[in-house]
Design a binder for this molecule. Structure first.
Ligand SMILES: [Zn+2]
Length: 41
């Protein structure tokens, strides 16, 4: 699943959050696990 620019991703392992700045194919991984997209609120 492609990641959209501006999406906020969080790592469930270490709590790191990132904002996607370029589109990418596939998942962004941290701590060996794919990062989950957070709903913007
Ligand atoms: Zn992590």
């Amino acid at each position: 699943m492609a990641v959209k620019v501006g999406a906020r991703l969080a790592c469930g392992q270490c709590g790191t959050e990132i904002i996607v700045v370029k589109p990418t194919e596939g998942d962004v991984a941290c701590c060996g696990a794919p990062m989950a997209e957070k709903a913007s609120s």
